[in-house]
Design a protein around this ligand. Structure first.
Ligand code: ADP
Ligand code: TRP
Length: 331
């Protein structure tokens, strides 16, 4: 039996460089390794909580599906599917709720952040908190456990959720005997948290992101807007800055060494940013072209998802049957 690698992204906004370098790139690399079975999905039910309209759901789903393919997901190697098409996920979620202590959910970062913000503003603790937010980690545990996942590639901010999935699997196995594979997160330390334009974590929530496939002119504009210090053009510059950190993501070793030298000798921020733009654009262009193709030929993408969903359904059914038997609702 091969080990299963599974990850999902929720369609809540236009995919950005943080998503790519933080999780997508390594997930794609893992799918090229014959040792693994890979399941990559669009977590549309996880997005429900933050989306305001059905148009947003449709649009961000489309962008995210095209992004996975543009970044190199090969549907022959990866089971590629929509979370909402696998009803067994919801069934498992309910079952898992019954072994999940409420206290575990009380400690979840996303929920706690909401409560803390409410408290700070003198509001009721649970103001604006719905059960989708509260139970988010249990659905995520179901996503993971349904496919017998061993490794879950994610960015640093999802570590706690995967740990919770691991705890929930253990609670279940303790009560019913070993049934569910106990998963572990896979976080690449060097890119665990990609910085945004302002030096904080790149995130849709901070509005400091560089969209992965924005047009060339927008990419240039965003790169030129990166915050820098006030060192003069001829003065040496520290490589501990956003411009250099971005450069590191896109450049080859040689190019990086050249840039390091220029930083030590003194290069103007404008020139450094121009070089960063050229390098980033060269890196992103082939993927951007593919992305635009899929956006225009989306029916092809839907067909690929439907094929993946057939395979995902089959595996999901096997797990659910096994689970139903151990809990005593099926012989
Ligand atoms: P956002 O913070 O923009 O809402 P998501 O929560 O949708 O992003 O993240 C999707 C995936 O991308 C997750 O696995 C997450 O850990 C990863 N990710 C998001 N932002 C970053 C970042 N700045 N650095 C590294 N990984 C990230
Ligand atoms: N919570 C993840 C995020 O915000 C998305 C997600 C949902 C996920 N289910 C998952 C990630 C299962 C890994 C495995 O990015």
């Amino acid at each position: 039996m091969k080990q299963v690698v599974l990850t999902g992204i929720k369609p809540t906004g236009t995919p950005h460089l943080g998503n790519y370098f933080g999780v997508i790139r390594d997930a794609i690399k893992m799918s090229e390794n014959e040792e693994f079975d890979n399941y990559y999905f669009i977590a549309d039910y996880h997005a429900l909580n933050s989306l305001k309209t059905k148009e947003d759901m449709k649009f961000y789903f489309k962008e995210l599906a095209c992004t996975w393919l543009a970044c190199g997901l090969d549907p022959k190697k990866v089971v590629f599917y929509r979370q909402s098409r696998i009803a067994e996920d919801q069934e498992l979620c309910w079952i898992l709720m019954n072994v999940t202590p409420k206290g575990l959910m009380d400690r979840a970062h996303a929920y706690k952040a909401c409560v803390d913000a409410n408290k700070a503003m003198g509001k009721d603790e649970d103001d604006g908190v719905n059960m989708g937010l509260y139970n988010y980690p249990i659905l995520m545990a179901a996503d993971i456990l349904l496919f017998n996942s061993k490794f879950v590639p994610v960015g640093q901010d999802q570590k706690q959720h995967v740990e919770m999935a691991r705890d929930i699997a253990k609670y279940f196995n303790k009560k019913y005997g070993y049934t569910l594979v106990v998963p572990q997160e896979k976080i690449k330390e060097s890119v665990a948290t990609i910085e945004g334009l302002d030096g904080r974590k790149m995130s849709k929530s901070y509005g400091n992101q560089i969209p992965l496939f924005c047009e060339e002119s927008k990419l240039k504009k965003l790169i030129m807007s990166i915050k820098t210090d006030s060192t003069l053009p001829t003065e040496p510059k520290s490589t501990d800055c956003t411009v250099f950190k971005f450069f590191k993501l896109f450049a080859s070793e040689e190019k990086l060494a050249e840039m390091e030298k220029k930083f030590a000798e003194g290069i103007s921020w404008a020139d450094a940013k121009k070089e960063l733009f050229e390098t980033a654009n060269q890196f992103l262009k082939p993927m951007r072209d593919k992305y635009n193709y899929y956006m225009e030929n989306f029916d092809e993408v839907i067909k690929m998802l439907e094929e993946g969903e057939k395979v995902a359904k089959k595996v999901a059914k096997e797990t659910i049957l096994r689970v139903r038997k151990v809990i005593g609702v099926e012989d």
